[in-house]
Structures are given as structure tokens and as C-alpha cells.
Design a protein around this ligand. Structure first.
Ligand SMILES: *Cc1c(COP(=O)(O)O)cnc(C)c1O
Length: 435
């Protein structure tokens, strides 16, 4: 498979270039040259598939023969080794729990696959690969877990100071070895900007072979199609379903669009955001105005300039009419989010995290206008990752899974920098010099 840049459809890059460079030099985004439909036999036999077999089929189709099939099979069996339970809240409302991986958020799908693909593509390189990643909370933990101990790869995680929950911070800052955390005095958008600048600036490239693990990396997007197939398999609806996706950088939703292109029967998408509603606003009015993000209780979606917007537009040939036809957008306040958390807990005894609650809010608005449709809401994180907000909102204690509990006593180790590219550059150069 070859990849092009969304800024130049005639450009052509190999899988290795696309994954290890992360961003094309023209500052576009990599897209696969074609999105092949999966075979009719496979789609008809969905009920007998597993996350592993789906992941293998999808990645074989999208990566072509660039990775030997036996290697790809091993990568998929290691990456997709946890379930995606679908829970019914009512006869047409389903919640797909994407948080059963090691760091309890859906980012595990992308990060575990990407880490293994990168390690394979990097296998013959003698210079270490340095991965820079900006996180609004969950990416950092998933990437840390995915890359921990991988030979030849060093990871630097940039996160906004005070912008992530305590447990999320522990997930970023307590690994050690080849995983380094940098606390940035700024917002997630600042972190994202620093990472992008580092890539586009030649001066750091003199010292490092740089790559990124953000959802701008195509190797993170491909594995996120897996749970769309697995959720449709479990719901087994007679009609094509609606997917409701709590969204920030829109990697998750973009993966859903790719799954639909590959033949999965999806009727429509609902993009649910918090008050950082640049995309819902675009869908409604046709004007795209990225702006600085505001902090909310669904912090993994505090994104003012979604990095996958260019990919979504590319999939719709930049047509507002076409994208509007496939995606409805809704934005919600923290008050709306908490109301939904309380209401769903009262009515269904189901504990939502704030991101999933934004999803349910989006589904309620959409389905009141489109009765009779079947919705699958993606619950993107375990509620315990947002312990304080969830406990305060529901007025009860919640159980903390062991994977989080064991982090609580660990000691945070992180560097601290101003939100300034020159400062980051110097920090990284000093690190390399062992200062
Ligand atoms: C990252 C994240 C999101 C947003 O996903 P995007 O792919 O950036 O749109 C939503 N919820 C949680 C819990 C996340 O970690």
C-alpha cells in the first residue's frame, strides 16, 4: 500500500515512510492510496469473528504486503487481546465499552498496534527512533504502555500541566526506562503545537530521528476500525446502525468512516463534543474556525484544532454537503454532561465516564429527531480514570480497577518546561547530552 499527503494527492510514500515520518513534509496528513472493501464472505461471517481476526483482516487489506502476514498476525494477536463488551441500555441504545485494554481507554487499540508496527519497521535501524507525543490525558498512558521496553525507541510524552486527572498523570509519569514525561506549562493545544513544530523544524532532526504517536500517525488510525466491526457484530441489528463518537481530535470518528468504506453497514455518525465544538459548528454552518481550547470535565476532548479534520474532509472530497449528510454534530456543556451521568445512573444503574456521557447526550439529541434508529455509543474510557468528577457527580464511591489502583502509590517523574518550542528543543538536546 502507498500513502499520499492530503495536501498533494499525487505524492506517494511507502508504509515505512508514512509510519516513521508520521507527517508528510508539506504538513498534510497521510492517507492510504485506496481503502479496499473487505470480502463479502468476511462481512457475511462477521458473527464468527474476534477483535484479533478483524484486526488481521483490516490491516492486511490496508497495509497490503508491506508487513509479512505471519508478522502481522503476531502483531494483531498481541495488540487485540482484550474484549469489547457491548452493553444494552435500552432496546435501541447500546454502549460499546472500549476501555478493557491495559490503560483503560480506547487509545490502547491504536497505541498497542502502532508500537508493534513501528518496532518492526524500525528493526534494521541503528540510530534510535525518538517518539514525541502530545496527550490530553489518555494517549500518553496508552503510548507509554505500548512502547515500554521496546528496543531502539525512546518516547517523550508532553502533557498540559494541571490538564489531566491524577490517575492519568500517574499513567504517564511512572513507567521509566525508555518512557519520559514532560509537563508543559500550557494547554493540550500548546503540547500539540510543540510536537508539530518539532517535526517541521529541521534543527531537531539533526540530533534525532523523530516520529510521532499522535493520531496523526496512520498506524494508530487503522487499528481503531476494529471495534466498529466488533460492535456491529454483537448488536446484530437488521438495519445499519448509527455510531455515536465522543470526539476531540477526531481520529476515532475517522476510523469509523474508514470502516464504513471497507463495507461495514453504518447508517450515520454522530460527532459529540464538549464545548470545544469547532466540528459540530462546521457541520451546522459550513465555516471552520479552529480556536484555542477550553478546559472541561471531558478533558481528552479539549481540542480546539482537531488534527484529523483534514483526513475527514479528504474522505468527503472536501464537500460540506457530503460530510453533513453522513455526520451530525452536537456540543455539550459540563452541566449537560453531568446531568446525563446522573440520569443514566438512576435509570440504568450504569456508570458513564464524562466522555461517554457526552456521547449519550449526542445520541439523545440525534435520536429524538430520528426515532427508531439503533445507536452504538462508544464509551471511550473507564469511569475510574476520572474518579473525582464521577464520584462527585454521582455522590458515591466507585470501584478502582487493579490496573489503576497499583499506580496510586508510584512516584511521578517528569520534566517541566514552558510552552515554547525553543525551550523544548533545548530540553531534548540536553537530555541527549545526558545533562
Ligand atoms: C482521546 C479520547 C477521546 C477523543 O478521541 P479522538 O480520536 O481524539 O476524537 C475521547 N474520549 C477519551 C476518553 C479519549 O481518551
Amino acid at each position: 500500500m502507498y500513502f499520499y499527503s492530503t495536501k498533494d494527492k499525487s505524492s506517494r510514500y511507502s508504509l515505512e515512510q508514512a509510519v516513521l515520518m508520521s507527517l508528510p513534509p508539506d504538513n498534510g496528513l497521510f492517507m492510504p492510496e485506496s481503502i479496499p472493501a473487505l470480502s463479502k464472505e468476511f462481512l457475511a461471517d462477521l458473527k464468527n469473528q474476534t477483535p484479533f481476526s478483524i484486526g488481521y483482516e483490516v490491516s492486511k487489506a490496508l497495509l497490503g504486503d508491506d508487513i509479512p502476514h505471519d508478522v502481522l498476525k503476531k502483531i494483531c494477536s498481541e495488540a487485540f487481546n482484550f474484549p469489547v463488551p457491548v452493553v444494552s441500555l435500552s432496546n435501541n441504545t447500546y454502549v460499546a465499552e472500549l476501555f478493557h485494554g491495559p490503560t483503560l481507554a480506547f487509545k490502547d487499540f491504536g497505541a498497542r498496534f502502532m508500537a508493534r508496527v513501528m518496532a518492526y519497521l524500525n528493526r534494521n535501524n541503528s540510530t534510535p527512533l525518538t517518539i514525541l507525543v502530545a496527550t490530553s490525558g489518555d494517549t500518553g498512558g496508552a503510548v507509554a504502555d505500548g512502547f515500554y521496553g521496546v528496543e531502539g525507541i525512546e518516547v517523550y510524552i508532553l502533557y498540559p500541566s494541571g490538564g489531566v486527572s491524577d490517575l492519568q498523570e500517574k499513567q504517564l509519569t511512572t513507567y521509566g526506562k525508555n518512557i519520559h514525561a514532560i509537563e508543559v506549562k500550557g494547554t493540550f493545544d500548546d503540547c500539540q503545537r510543540l510536537v508539530k513544530t518539532a517535526f517541521l523544524n529541521a534543527d531537531l532532526a539533526k540530533h534525532y530521528r523523530l516520529s510521532s504517536a499522535n493520531s496523526i500517525n496512520i498506524a494508530r488510525l487503522i487499528p481503531q476500525t476494529v471495534y466498529y466491526f466488533d460492535a456491529v457484530r454483537q448488536v446484530n441489528s437488521n438495519e445499519p446502525v448509527v455510531f455515536v463518537v465522543p470526539s476531540g481530535n477526531f481520529g476515532n470518528l475517522t476510523a469509523g468512516l474508514i470502516a464504513r468504506r471497507m463495507g461495514l453497514p453504518i447508517h450515520h455518525f454522530v460527532a459529540a463534543t464538549n464545548i470545544n465544538d469547532v466540528v459540530p459548528e462546521y457541520l451546522e454552518k459550513g465555516d471552520y474556525f479552529p480556536r484555542p481550547s477550553s478546559a472541561t470535565i471531558s478533558n481528552a476532548m479539549d481540542v480546539g484544532n482537531p488534527s484529523n479534520f483534514g483526513r475527514m474532509m479528504d474522505l468527503f472530497s472536501n464537500s460540506w454537503a457530503d460530510i453533513k449528510h453522513s455526520i451530525s454534530g452536537y456540543g455539550f456543556t459540563d452541566e449537560d454532561t453531568k446531568e446525563v451521568m446522573v440520569d443514566v445512573y438512576k435509570k440504568s444503574s450504569y456508570i458513564l465516564d464524562p466522555h461517554g456521557a457526552v456521547g449519550i447526550a449526542g445520541w439523545r439529541d440525534y435520536s429524538s429527531e430520528h426515532p427508531g434508529e439503533t445507536g452504538i455509543i462508544l464509551e471511550t474510557a473507564h469511569p475510574a480514570k476520572f474518579l473525582d468528577v464521577v464520584e462527585q457527580t454521582l455522590g458515591r464511591k466507585i470501584e478502582i480497577p487493579e490496573a489503576l489502583e497499583k499506580l496510586r502509590s508510584r512516584q511521578k517523574v517528569a520534566g517541566m518546561i514552558a510552552a515554547d518550542y525553543e525551550v523544548l528543543k533545548q530540553y531534548l538536546i540536553d537530555q541527549k547530552a545526558g545533562k
